[in-house]
Design a binder for this molecule. Sequence first.
Ligand code: DGL
Length: 271
Amino acid sequence: MDNRPIGVFDSGLGGLTAVRELRRILPGEDIIYFGDTGRVPYGTRSKETICQYTRQDIAFLLSKKVKFLMAACGTVSSTFPSAEACRLPVPFAGVVGAAARAAADATHTGRIGVIGTPATVRSGSYAGVLEELVPGVEITAQACPLFVPLVENGYVEPDNEVTTLVAHQYLDRVKAAHVDTLIMGCTHYPLLAPIIAKVMGPGVTLIDPGKETALAVQDALEALELTSSRTEGGKAEFYVSDTAESFQAAAQLFLGQYAGGPVEQVPIEKY
Ligand code: DGL
């Protein structure tokens, strides 16, 4: 048993889709969330910059004495070297492995679509895992750089015309490849799931990386005997690198029913 908090981070708001799921399945766990809202997006930046930001995000969460680190960000999970993650003082989980395993379980045809930020698609991270899990897998990958700003600006209603138009631009060629499973390889994208589902049409299973990784974190905590002794009443604290007010307004969209907790701004460059 270990009652220290779980540390979760993302470039901005997207990782809150994972927090929502963690709250649902592990209601006794305390969570410390860091969203790098002052430097979002990560997905259009270089590998070096993404790694430097990631090290600062991790250093901040470690200063909060977390027992486990969850990179609730497809871009970080695809870019941060696993050798470096293994050397951290607490266990680290990204979203790629859990999402790829869920897609491997879901596909019947072996045709899988992967959408993500430019950095995620460029890294080939999902393909690397899927090729191990699904013999003969056919992957259609597509970077969707406009999805993150659309989500961060609240363009998420299922009938939003701008987002639907953009979704067609990105997804029509993925649909034409007759995939039966689509990994929404960025934690922001599940907020667009109704639009993505409509564009892809029926019969395509959408994989939510934050949700799948929350389940994997639950398994890992149990295996490592790191679960909290409480079964309910866990608290969440939120930290951001831009103003707390702008985060609060948008966070509700991602957190669903959970009302959230206190939000504080931190000078992340100092970590
Ligand atoms: N939520 C992040 C991800 O999963 C991406 C957003 C960004 O580009 O910063 O990739």
